[in-house]
Design a protein around this ligand. Structure first.
Ligand code: NAP
Length: 355
């Protein structure tokens, strides 16, 4: 099978680097173009990027020239890890030029015609693409987004409970890694030996995005889930991995045993599709007393699994649990690559001449 040609927008950033690392040896996709800001354009990737991953820059990327983000790329679609200050216009320009955009940025996530996709949770929302193309004049282009990194961990972490019993309230407290702030991110003097009890804009995303993700698609419209969510977000001195502590109230009565069964009975709807980046068990329940921990579980299944532990009855709401997500992999680049695989498997990528 001929691999699809992929461009990476924001290729030099924390998420862009994960794209490049994860796409090395990808069986369906190969990186053929890289773009970043004017500061980087014209340089080789090695000169432009301050590489923060432990694996080396792939050999085919080291000397590739970084381009300005113009839709004249030699590619079939692009991944975007662009800074949100520029993502809205640049991503739109690519879509209008007929190039599909799979984005991590926040800008288009709540657009009613743009899927906010986690394939294990709301795989059917990709049917919005046809309407999006007609209404926005994208031709063969489109935009699909993945949620905020913490929202991915939250939505997947509570998915078995939501599917079995419904959820009407959630109280969420997050402990978020430094890499979530991009590079160079939070100043070391601010975060070393410290906890910062606010992350700009994060609580709003956690309150709004799950409602769209868990929303029901009827006649080309998403009807948001009715869940009231309160969120308190904290930055902690951890390199990778957002820990999410949740207390929740269910719609329908359940006991703790039934909640454990919901997790053990959960089967990924992607299993039969054999997507290269889809873990067999995307939600892993642990019964170890001190888990999940970023240090121990964040890289599980190549960073694509959400680990869940501390499942207990809650004396205030109904149940509580703790979920852990790798923020730059499942919460960003790895999640976006899985979205692209799901889109390809459903004929939205590679089935047409995109240029
Ligand atoms: P980052 O490390 O700050 O990287 C930002 C990227 O955007 C860099 O490649 C930068 O290029 C590029 N950029 C900045 N200004 C630009 C401009 N004017 N024109 C073109 N490119 C420009 O940020 P990040 O953490 O990788 O995040 C990237 C996006 O993903 C953001 O929208 C973020 O909210 C989202 N996200 C991040 C995470 C996470 O865990 N980090 C998780 C989910 C979603 P230069 O290097 O040339 O400046």
């Amino acid at each position: 099978m001929e691999k699809l040609r992929v461009g990476v927008l924001g290729a030099t950033g924390a998420v862009g680097q994960q794209f490049i690392a994860l796409l090395k040896n990808h069986p369906w996709f190969r990186v053929t173009a890289l773009a970043a800001s004017e500061r980087s354009a014209g340089k080789t990737y090695r000169e432009a990027a301050n590489w923060i991953l432990q694996t080396p820059i792939p050999e085919n990327i080291v000397n590739m020239k970084v381009l300005p983000p113009q839709p004249e790329f030699n590619c079939d679609f692009v991944f975007s890890g662009l800074d949100s200050s520029v993502a809205r216009e640049i991503e739109w320009k690519f879509a209008v030029a007929g190039i599909p955009v799979i984005s991590n940025a926040k800008n288009h996530r709540l657009d009613p015609l743009i899927p906010l996709l986690i394939p294990e949770v709301n795989p059917g929302h990709i049917s919005l693409i046809q309407l999006q193309r007609e209404k926005y004049g994208f031709g063969s282009g489109f935009i699909v987004t993945n949620p905020n990194c913490t929202t991915v961990g939250l939505a997947m972490g509570v998915l078995p409970v939501f599917q079995q019993f419904g959820i009407r309230k959630m109280l969420v407290t997050t402990l978020q890694a430094i890499s979530g702030a991009g590079y160079p991110g939070v100043a070391s003097l601010d975060i070393l030996g410290n906890v910062i009890p606010n992350i700009s804009g994060e609580a709003e995303k956690i309150r709004s995005e799950p409602l769209k993700i868990f929303g029901k698609l009827r006649e080309n419209k998403i009807f948001p889930a009715e869940i009231s969510i309160s969120a308190q977000c904290n930055r902690v001195p951890v390199r990778n991995g957002h820990l999410i502590s949740v207390s929740l109230a269910t719609d329908r009565a359940a006991d703790l045993e039934a909640v454990f069964s919901a997790y053990s009975d959960f089967v990924s709807p992607l299993t039969k599709w054999k997507l290269p980046g889809a873990p067999q068990h995307p939600i892993r329940l642990t019964d170890q007393s001190f888990d999940p921990q970023p240090f121990a579980q964040v890289d599980r299944d190549n960073g694509m699994t959400v680990s869940v532990g501390q499942v207990q009855s809650c004396p205030v709401l109904d149940f509580r649990l703790v979920a852990l997500v790798h923020n730059t992999i499942r919460g960003a680049a790895g999640g976006a690559i899985l979205n692209a695989e799901w889109l390809k498997a459903n004929g939205f990528l590679g089935g047409v001449d995109n240029r």
